[in-house]
Design a protein around this ligand. Sequence first.
Ligand code: TGC
Ligand code: FAD
Length: 391
Amino acid sequence: MKENNWFDPFYIQSHLSEEESNIQKNVRDFCNNELKPTVVERNRKNEFDQSLYPKFGSLGVLGQTVKTHGGSGTSNLSYGLVAYEFEKIDSSYRSSISVQSSLVIHPINEFGSQEQKDKYLPQLIKGEKIGCFGLTESEAGSDPASMKTSFKQTKDGYILNGSKNWITNAPIADIFIIWAIEENKDHKSIKGFIIEKNTEGLNTSTIENKTSLKISPTGQIILNNVFVPSNLCLENTEGWKSVFSCLNKARFGISWGVLGSASECWLIAKDYVENRIMFKKPLASNQLIQKKLSEMQIEINLGLASCLLSSKALDEGKDIINAISILKKNNCKKSLDIIRNARDMLGANGLLEEYHIMRHLVNLETVKTYEGAEDIHSLILGKNQTGISSF
Ligand code: TGC
Ligand code: FAD
């Protein structure tokens, strides 16, 4: 068949700078060489290799948009492309870089004191220290403002009590970003704190029976009269806006990332149906199969083109909050549809772990849920469109 641009019909690659293309290629090579060969086994064993963090640091993908303290100072578009490449391998790996970058390095960089930045950013950017972000609680998921974790101000610091649940990296973290509300005050009193591992009263446990995102460690955090000195409060936060600024960044990365999973499954299915003979001809010669392939191509490329536009807008300093909710919701939904169809096209073989598709499918059930569940993004968009909050 004549060479054509079926894989990149909108010439997305031509919109990347040389630096963005090079970063994408380097990261793709790293992912294929370092992560792909062991992904099936690690998933089977629920195993995350912590020695990867310094490698992520050397690759320049931790806090990559930060311009100081050893950050690479790349564009947001480049961050999106990195998320896309990592999630081609597994959503767990994209999670490991997006939590560190968007939910730990970003709040310290944006809302921390100079002393906090100088102490924590270099370690986190190099991957010498691992971070986590504790917002969600057992009774406060989609509605984090209902959280019970509280702080009480003392002469030289704060006392924190409460618990967080479903926290990525909690079991392996060195540095905890914890969000809490002032005792006996309303949710608007929210503040963020940096807490180091081994601080008295801070304990974690692992959620062992997770069937999705199995390479990524997830856990609970218990805070029992934890003393946090004044200099470890994130002093420049401005209430919930600051919490959401972290989520915006993570949601942006996820919007690119899930298209990586979808793209990988599309290509696996394409290769399979081109080679699988059924009814004496390749499956790919059937109209129904070609329709499915074309739908995968359409949705992935529309998703990527929208991500590209939003990334350029973000890099120009524009507000892309609505675009982020559109992309987080739609790209997760469309990617799940694509992956489910890819599974179907492989028939029974689609159930085998060596074809990767089922792993991507169950991972995306997590990705659809965290960082604002699918319907929550509909409600955010509905609120912004009508001016009426349904919450
Ligand atoms: P609402 O009244 O809407 O807003 C409160 C204040 O925040 C401002 N704001 C934003 N600012 C910046 N960016 C945004 N996206 C913002 N959204 C809201 C807003 O303007 C207001 O500011 P001000 O100055 O007027 O006070 O707040 P609400 O309580 O009604 O919010 C409702 C809702 C449902 C939208 C919100 O609670 C929500 O997004 N819920 C979903 C929870 C969520 O996404 N949790 C994520 C936890 S972290 C995680 O899952 C990590 S997974 C990591 C991984 O492994 O990759
Ligand atoms: P709920 O809020 O109980 O929602 C359940 C269902 O009800 C959803 O479908 C939701 O869309 C729907 N729903 C809720 N409210 C409404 C409404 N008003 N109208 C209509 N439908 C509604 N959190 C962190 O803070 N840090 C982390 O690092 C982190 N990592 C995570 C890792 C994993 C593997 C997972 C699974 C979760 C993680 N989370 C983390 C938590 C995640 O953000 C929450 O699970 C998510 O916000 C949803 O909350 P919930 O699970 O309590 O579901």
